[in-house]
Design a protein around this ligand. Structure first.
Ligand code: AMP
Length: 302
C-alpha cells in the first residue's frame, strides 16, 4: 500500500572524522523515502528551490518515488550543515538556512489523498495536522516525528496533532521532554494518554525500543565496524519501519516487530556512506540478508 511522507528535502554540508562533503542531497523526507521505497510505493511531499537540479530529482525517480507532491519554489533549497566529534555521538549544527522551507505549506496532490500509510516528518505540528486534514480516504497508520524545538515552542499544537497519531517515532530525550518523565516506561504511559498507542524510541547506537499498550520489543543497532556519517540514521529507521508496515499492508504485533528490525536494518545501511548514497545503491537481497543477521544476533533459547 502507498506510503506518504511529508518533511524536509535539503542540501547538507557534513563533516565527520571520515571526511567533509558539501551540498549532499539530504533532509529527513529524503532519507525516509529512500529507505521506505524498498518496501512500498512512496509519495513525497516537500519543497525545494530552483537550485534543485534534474540530477537531484533523478535520485528519487530512479527509485520510483512519486514526486507529484514535491513543490518547486523560487529561491534556495533548505540548507543544513553539521559536524560530528571523534566518537560520532555528538553533533554540532553549524548552519540552518531554511530558505524556501520557511514558507512550506504542504499541499497534497489529489492522487495522494487516499494514502493509507502516512508519516509526518519533523515539521511544525500545525502543518503536520493540516496534511491529515487533506486526507479523504481511511488511513491505517499515521506516524509522526518531532523534535525539541516544537516540543518547547508549540506544545499545545503538538498535543492536538498527537490525538490523531497511532505511532510516535522519537528519540529518548524527546520522549522525556514531551512527557516530563525520566523513566521511559512511565513516559510511554503518558504518551498513550496523548493519542499514539505505539511509541518507538530511537536510541542511536543503542538501537530502538517499541512500547505498545500490550507488548514491548527491543532491537539493537547493527554492530558496524565503520560508521562514516550518522546523519539521517533516525529518518532511515523511520522509513524502513513505516515502509515495512505499508508493504505488509497490515498492522499487528508480528508486523510491528518485523518493522522494528527493518527500521534498524535501513538505519545501519544509511550510516555506511555519506549522505543518502548507500540507500540509493541498496539491493533487496542485501536488506533481507541483514535482517536475517539480526535474527541470529538476537536469538536465544531459554
Ligand atoms: P537526523 O540525522 O535524523 O537528525 O536528520 C538529519 C537530516 O535532517 C538532515 O539531512 C537535515 O537536512 C535535516 N534537518 C536538519 N535540521 C532540520 C530541521 N530543523 N527541520 C527539518 N529537517 C532538518
Amino acid at each position: 500500500m502507498s506510503l506518504l511522507v511529508v518533511g524536509s528535502v535539503a542540501f547538507d554540508g557534513i563533516e565527520t572524522p571520515h571526511g567533509k562533503h558539501d551540498r549532499l542531497l539530504g533532509g529527513a523526507a529524503s532519507y525516509f523515502a529512500l529507505a521506505a521505497c524498498h518496501f512500498a510505493p512512496v509519495r513525497l511531499v516537500g519543497i525545494v528551490g530552483d537550485d534543485f537540479t534534474a540530477q537531484d530529482v533523478a535520485v528519487f525517480k530512479h527509485q520510483q518515488i512519486d514526486l507529484q507532491g514535491l513543490e518547486r519554489a523560487t529561491g534556495k533549497t533548505f540548507y543544513w550543515a553539521g559536524r560530528y566529534n571523534q566518537n560520532m555521538n555528538e553533533r554540532t549544527t553549524l548552519i540552518t538556512d531554511l530558505n524556501v522551507f520557511a514558507n512550506f505549506k504542504p499541499t497534497l496532490p489529489p492522487a495522494y489523498t487516499d494514502s493509507a500509510f502516512i508519516f509526518l516528518g519533523n515539521i511544525d505540528p500545525t502543518l503536520q495536522h493540516s496534511v491529515l486534514k487533506q486526507v479523504t480516504g481511511k488511513t491505517k497508520v499515521v506516524g509522526l516525528d518531532t523534535m525539541n524545538y516544537w516540543i518547547e515552542r508549540t506544545p499545545a499544537e503538538l498535543k492536538e496533532t498527537l490525538k490523531h497519531i497511532q505511532v510516535l517515532v522519537i528519540n529518548d530525550d524527546e520522549t522525556r521532554q514531551l512527557t516530563g518523565q525520566h523513566n521511559l516506561t512511565r513516559a510511554a504511559k503518558e504518551i498513550f494518554k496523548m493519542g499514539p498507542k505505539t511509541l518507538v524510541i530511537k536510541r542511536g547506537e543503542h538501537g530502538a525500543i517499541m512500547m505498545h499498550e500490550k507488548f514491548l520489543f527491543s532491537v539493537p543497532a547493527f554492530p558496524l565496524e565503520e560508521v562514516h556519517d550518522p546523519t539521517g540514521a533516525g529518518d532511515s529507521f523511520a522509513g524502513g519501519f513505516m515502509g515495512y508496515l505499508a508493504g505488509a499492508g497490515k498492522v499487528n504485533e508480528r508486523t510491528l516487530r518485523n518493522a522494528m528490525v527493518y527500521g534498524s536494518v535501513l538505519g545501519s545501511f544509511a550510516v555506511e556512506k555519506f549522505g543518502v548514497q548507500r540507500l540509493t545503491t541498496l539491493r533487496r537481497s542485501e536488506i533481507h540478508a541483514r535482517a536475517r543477521l539480526f535474527s541470529k544476533l538476537t536469538s536465544f533459547k531459554l
